[in-house]
Write a protein that binds this ligand. Structure first.
Ligand code: ADP
Ligand code: MG
Length: 702
């Protein structure tokens, strides 16, 4: 783009040398002027108002206080060593507490001198104190950037603070950036959109978001920036969708044929749930138009997605095509393969399994049978994505547990045919609230199975503390005596973390003492085992040869052992809600009553206790997902952050739902009037689309 000031390097700014530029890049990923302009403050301090110490009555509000340092005291030792600074004004005295940089702060603060502190009070001993507040000499502070009424606060890292790049330093840099670019920031939205939605200009908004002139203008600036973010996100999705409908043809599956019907009549062991019926209909309707299907299917764990996948694949086969089912792990592929073979028993269909570990002649055979079309349904892992895997005529690709796959994998499957792409069904058990799904996967159609098969007993969830270990053992003995199997899961935050593995090994050893050989057998599975060993241990448990499975979260995804009725999650305070729910979904698959035991350390933070309480009070994955979103924000919904599906800087899909909706309607209306954005009024939109959604020829993706 011509002369785009957003692309300027930071070192062109006053106050930023090589050193600071490097730190900003490393710590925050900020490289250009544009990056810094879009690095928004998380809060503002009203500089026009000083709080008096007596006035402080909430730990919610950031305040600034003027006062005198009356004394300093170093207390505690070792890890508990801290510096207490006594800070007073005419109305009272308050403690400032520091755990780090003690020497530096001691030297910097002079007893008897006047300072301004700002920060968030912490409730303490029935009163308040400040932990690591920002501190300025009063005289200096009141002189500086005196025209600034609302002081921005930016998130900074420990490393940045150590290099004197604290929030105040950053604020100075953005201030000088804004004086460089003010009135030169180009508009990104067409004038008519700005007018009709009553938005501020981008130029004005970026100034106001860093240095607001009033609370009203700040909220207008936020609205404009959220609007822009959500509008372009959805416009992009709709353009992709339109292009698909215009350009890329899809196979037409006109009939429901003999395999589908014979399966439905003879093999289906139970009645489909209404939700399953509805979703199969939706898929069927997609696949008989001339457009390629791209559909997201959501359903809680155990809601019966596999069956929906299978019946959709049968439609493909009935219309003379092959179908593929892609799963994220070998264990899961194997299980899909087993259960699908069981479902299809007695039917004349060729189903194959391709794993990375299948080598040599066996592999060659599968590949050639795929290529000549004699395989109808193939199930497998990432191995299916390899270029050596060539289909005769792939009609439908089902991708299970989407969050383990990225968008690239989806397009890999698209490219498997030379001419027309296969229909794509993406399945996920991560319950994403509908609004989020519609926005995150807005380029996909959306189906949901919102009903569990009948006859399931709701899983009972129980919270036990570490000190309750005897209670837990007693419960385990009872369950094993009744012939049930038990999972014991340990968190693994990072596969390479030795500590985590040590937790697991310690736990395993205590269990082995409590449940000794030869009467009891215990499987153990973790990420540091070789795949074959993992597989072997898994299989022992699946076959009922072991009573207890001790594992890290490798078992999180999709395994199905209906005789396992107890899921014990150790250190469960370290898991998020979604993950706990996924783990819990491993049990409750058979007719027996199932239990989930969440073990935590004896002292829980307020937040962790809240999470555990919610888990104990509901089995509804969607309720939990909403709750998770509220507590953690959308960026952390598992998978969406990982695969970069949602990378929102300011908008919040949950809280800003009305803006999401407004932007959606607006984007749709724009495209309805001008599908190819050819009208001069839409020039800016076209520019955006060309830059962020260049046309790809999907038949060429390899
Ligand atoms: P998920 O959605 O987690 O992939 P599965 O497809 O593995 O769920 O289904 C869970 C279990 O429920 C399987 O054992 C499956 O055979 C069974 N199941 C699926 N649909 C029904 C139904 N309509 N009625 C009874 N059981 C069903
Ligand atoms: Mg599944």
């Amino acid at each position: 783009m011509e002369n785009d000031i957003f692309q300027n390097e930071l070192t062109f700014l006053k106050g930023v040398g090589e050193n600071r530029a490097n730190i900003l890049k490393k710590e925050l990923g900020i490289v250009t002027w544009g990056d810094l302009l879009y690095y928004f403050p998380y809060r503002y301090i009203d500089k026009s108002k000083y709080y008096s110490i007596a006035e402080i009555n909430s730990d919610d509000i950031y305040v600034q206080v003027k006062g005198i340092v009356q004394g300093k005291e170093l207390i505690g030792g070792g890890k508990n060593k801290r510096l207490i600074v006594y800070f007073a004004d005419r109305t009272g005295r308050i403690e400032l507490v520091f755990f780090k940089g003690l020497q530096w702060i001691t030297n910097k603060l002079i007893t008897g001198k006047e300072y301004v502190i700002f920060g968030k009070p912490s409730a303490f001993n029935g009163g308040y104190n400040f932990i690591h507040p920002e501190i300025e000499e009063r005289a200096k502070y009141e002189n500086e950037v005196s025209s600034v009424k609302y002081m921005p606060l930016y998130n900074t890292t420990e490393k940045m603070k150590n290099s004197y790049l604290n929030t105040k330093a950053l604020a100075k840099i953005t201030y000088s950036l804004l004086s460089e670019v003010a009135n030169k920031i180009p508009e990104t939205l067409p004038q008519y959109i700005i007018k009709q939605n009553n938005l501020l200009s981008l130029n004005r908004s970026l100034i106001e978001i860093h240095y607001p002139s009033s609370p009203e203008n700040l909220s207008k600036a936020k609205l404009r920036l959220k609007f822009e973010e959500l509008f372009f996100l959805q416009l992009g999705h709709f353009v992709e969708k339109l292009r698909r409908n215009e350009k890329s043809e899809g196979f037409v599956f006109s009939k429901i044929g003999k395999h589908f019907n014979s399966f439905y009549k003879n093999n289906l062991p139970f009645e489909l749930t209404n939700a399953q019926k509805r979703v199969i209909k939706e898929i069927r309707n997609d696949m008989r138009t001339t457009h390629q299907m791209n559909r997201l299917l959501q359903g809680d764990v155990g809601s019966g997605k596999t069956l929906v996948a299978l019946m959709s694949m049968l439609i493909a086969v009935d219309n003379g095509f092959q179908a593929a089912l892609l799963a994220p792990t070998e264990i899961l592929s194997q299980q899909h393969y087993n259960s699908i073979c069981k479902f299809l028993k007695g039917m004349n269909l060729n189903v194959a399994l391709l794993l990375g570990s299948v080598k040599g002649k066996a592999r060659k055979n599968i590949l050639s049978n795929l290529e000549d079309g004699s395989i109808d349904i193939i199930i497998g892992t990432h191995a299916l994505l390899e270029d050596s895997v060539v289909f005769n005529k792939l009609g439908l690709a089902v991708i299970d547990e989407q969050h383990r796959f990225g968008v690239e994998q989806r397009s890999k499957m698209w490219g498997k045919n030379n001419d027309i792409p296969p229909h794509i069904l993406v399945m996920t058990a991560t319950p994403i609230p509908r609004t989020l799904a519609m926005t995150a996967y807005g380029d996909l159609e959306y189906s949901v199975i919102d009903e569990l098969p009948p006859g399931r007993k709701p899983i009972q969830t129980i919270h036990l503390y570490d000190r309750d270990i005897l209670k837990m053992y007693a419960f385990m003995h009872k369950q094993i005596q009744e012939g049930r199997q038990i999972y014991v899961v340990y968190p693994l935050i990072n596969e390479s973390e030795k500590l985590d593995i040590k937790d697991l090994m310690d736990g395993y050893e205590s269990l082995a003492r409590e449940f000794p050989l030869p009467k009891y057998q215990i499987s153990i599975v973790h990420g540091q085992l070789k795949n074959e060993d993992k597989e072997f241990e898994m299989q022992r448990f699946v076959k009922g040869q072991t009573q207890i499975m001790v594992a890290t979260t490798v078992i999180e995804v999709g395994v199905d052992v209906s005789n396992a009725t107890v899921m014990i999650v150790e250190n469960s305070e370290r898991f998020g809600l979604s993950q706990l729910h996924q783990l819990r979904g491993r049990v409750g698959r058979g007719a027996e009553q199932s239990y989930c035991i969440l073990r935590t350390k004896d002292n829980l933070s307020k937040e962790a206790a809240h999470r555990i309480d919610i888990m104990c009070s509901t089995n509804d994955g969607f309720v939990l997902a909403e709750e998770d979103l509220k507590m953690r924000g959308p960026g952390s919904i598992s998978g969406t952050a990982q695969s970069g599906v949602l990378d929102l800087k300011i908008a919040d899909i949950v809280k800003d739902e009305p803006i999401v909706r407004r932007c959606k309607e607006f984007a749709q209306a724009v495209l309805k009037n001008d599908p190819f954005l050819q009208h001069p009024d839409n020039e800016l939109l076209l520019k955006y689309i060309n830059k962020h959604h260049p046309i790809t020829d999907f038949s060429k993706i390899s």
